[in-house]
Design a protein around this ligand. Structure first.
Ligand SMILES: Nc1ncnc2c1ncn2[C@@H]1O[C@H](COP(=O)(O)OP(=O)(O)OP(=O)(O)O)[C@@H](O)[C@H]1O
Length: 238
């Protein structure tokens, strides 16, 4: 695999990737490619390795063996100094939100733009304001995460993942513990990111959720890839 072919439309390439923690294998021999602007689900039961896969993609964890490329960057040999460059390409929606409790919603979202090197306060205010409007949190811009409902925290996390206009959005169980209306709202936001060109990977064990989308589904079980079902690229967001 060469990471530099400009005609290669594959934004993620995994080849025989494995990850173990001590003696136990969280992921075993995963090989798959994801094309730019794909929208896909990673599913499987609890402990299947879904969150670990997300962590490998943003270098929250290093793979134990194998070979992986994300948007032309070789994860296998990546130096620590390159990790922030990789992370600027990726917006992550964490299972437990990871909002900073002592910063308000606006500041949590703005922090990503500041970290990405945006200097203009006007641009940061405008873009964060637009995103909070989009996710329906404009009125809660000054609220602190502990005062938000689960759905509001999730939408703040979505705004934070989208604000830097990342090429890739990784969403780890983004609708877990949300009521159906809040889940629907979060999914519509992910669809909006996809229609603006982002590649979107969503982990979920919610079969009902997956059945509403006619899209690719990679299924993991016990850290192994047991299925990779292609969907209809035109039928992504209902
Ligand atoms: N930091 C860690 N140290 C040790 N074992 C770990 C660590 N992270 C994950 N594991 C193990 O790796 C396996 C896969 O875990 P992972 O969290 O990726 O599964 P998952 O499919 O996301 O599960 P869930 O749906 O419950 O979130 C599990 O057996 C888990 O206990």
């Amino acid at each position: 695999m060469t990471p530099t072919d400009p005609l290669d439309n594959r934004i993620i390439r995994f080849y025989q990737v494995s990850k173990h923690f001590g003696d136990s294998w969280a992921l075993h021999d995963l090989s798959f490619d994801v094309e730019t602007n794909e929208f896909l689900f990673i599913t499987g039961p609890s402990g299947a390795g879904k969150s670990t896969l997300i962590k490998l993609l943003y270098m929250g964890e290093r793979m134990s063996s194998g070979y992986a490329i994300v948007d032309g960057m070789n994860l296998t040999r990546m130096h620590r100094r390159q990790i922030p460059v990789l992370r600027r390409k990726i917006g992550v929606i964490f299972q437990d939100f990871k909002l900073i409790a002592h910063l308000n919603v606006f500041q949590n979202v703005a922090l990503v733009m500041e970290a990405a090197g945006f200097k203009s306060r006007t641009e940061i205010r405008r873009r964060v304001g637009d995103l909070l409007e989009l996710v329906g949190l404009a009125d809660q811009a000054k609220a602190y995460p502990p005062t938000l409902s689960g759905g509001e925290k999730q939408r703040a996390a979505v705004a934070r993942a989208m604000v830097g206009k990342p090429k890739i959005i990784l969403a780890d169980e983004p609708t877990a513990s949300l009521d159906p209306d809040a889940a629907e709202r979060v999914l519509r936001l992910l669809c909006a990111a996809h229609s603006r060109g982002a590649t979107v990977l969503i982990t979920t064990h919610d079969r009902e959720l997956i059945s509403r989308f006619d899209t690719r589904v990679i299924r993991l079980q016990g850290g192994r890839q047991v299925d990779d079902a292609a969907g209809n690229a035109d039928g992504v967001c209902p």
